[in-house]
Design a protein around this ligand. Structure first.
Ligand code: PTJ
Length: 245
């Protein structure tokens, strides 16, 4: 039990979630390493949501609301850290959720499918019985996707995604949005909208934004998307990393 007074309380709570998920057998072997990299970047931005991240979140939510078939891609790490928040967000924007594992095993897919069901989400895509297609005919696990989900999606939110997978999705012409604490990652660089923030802060904030933007005229959402420059926003994100005592 971590005392609430501990100066690193929030961070230790997330570590606990990751360790528990690892023991439950649904994380990739390298999941804790990926988490550690995220932690380091989060530390350097003061573990707070920065202004460029907020701006990117508004644009990402607008893009999702404007889409015909928006999909939220989830892996082991995203599930361990924010399963309930992801379900709430998907419901708020009417998006599908698809299990999309970089280090895919049937066992992990089975456990994650059950987790979403246990948390009240019945229509998870990417399960073992789902219809699978290969993006751009690349017959490789990295390119597999649910026929009714990522395969036919126009906009995909890919939090904490590996660069190879992001590249395949980007090359297929889809609108790619990411949440990634590393603004220098290949995924951040090749996405259309990159949110440099911790998934545990970003997703609940995006649900709030969705509830706000849903009441706005479609024209305003289109303007938000069209005026956004991801490269410029990533530069500003990088400037938020301050190394000082
Ligand atoms: O469950 P799987 O098999 O799909 O595997 C998931 C991981 C995350 C292991 C896999 O996708 C992977 O290896 O990813 P990478 O290449 O390590 O990229 C993950 C990115 O997410 C890195 O840039 C991290 O800095 C970032 N990251 C880690 N934790 C968080 C994060 N970004 C936002 N919030 C976090 N909590």
């Amino acid at each position: 039990m971590i005392p609430k007074s501990h100066p690193r309380y929030e961070s230790l709570l997330l570590r606990d979630k990751m360790v528990k998920a690892s023991k439950e057998g649904y994380l990739a072997d390298s999941a804790l390493i990926a988490h550690g990299r995220g932690e380091a970047f989060d530390y350097l931005i003061g573990e707070k949501t920065t202004y460029p991240a907020k701006r990117a979140m508004y644009v990402a939510v607008a893009a999702l609301l404007l889409s015909n078939n928006p999909v939220i891609s989830v892996n082991g790490n995203a599930t361990a850290l924010a399963i309930d928040e992801i379900i709430e967000f998907a419901n708020a924007i009417n998006a599908k959720i698809e299990i999309n594992l970089f280090y895919k095993t049937n066992e992990r897919v089975k456990i994650i499918t059950k987790l979403y069901e246990d948390h009240g989400y019945r229509n998870i895509l990417g399960g073992l019985d789902d219809d699978i297609e290969y993006i751009n005919d690349i017959e490789n696990n990295r390119a597999s996707a649910s026929k009714n989900g990522i395969y036919t999606a126009d906009t995909i939110l890919i939090p904490l995604e590996d660069g190879d997978r992001a590249e395949i999705l980007k090359k297929s012409g889809k609108n790619i949005l990411t949440i990634d604490l590393n603004p220098l990652s290949r995924t951040s660089k090749m996405s259309d909208v990159s949110i440099m923030d911790n998934i545990v802060r970003a997703i609940p904030f995006m649900t709030q934004i969705a509830n706000d933007l849903k009441t706005q005229d479609k024209k305003i959402l289109v303007e938000l998307v069209n005026e956004f420059d991801n490269e410029e926003n990533l530069k500003e994100s990088l400037e938020q990393i301050k190394v000082k005592e």
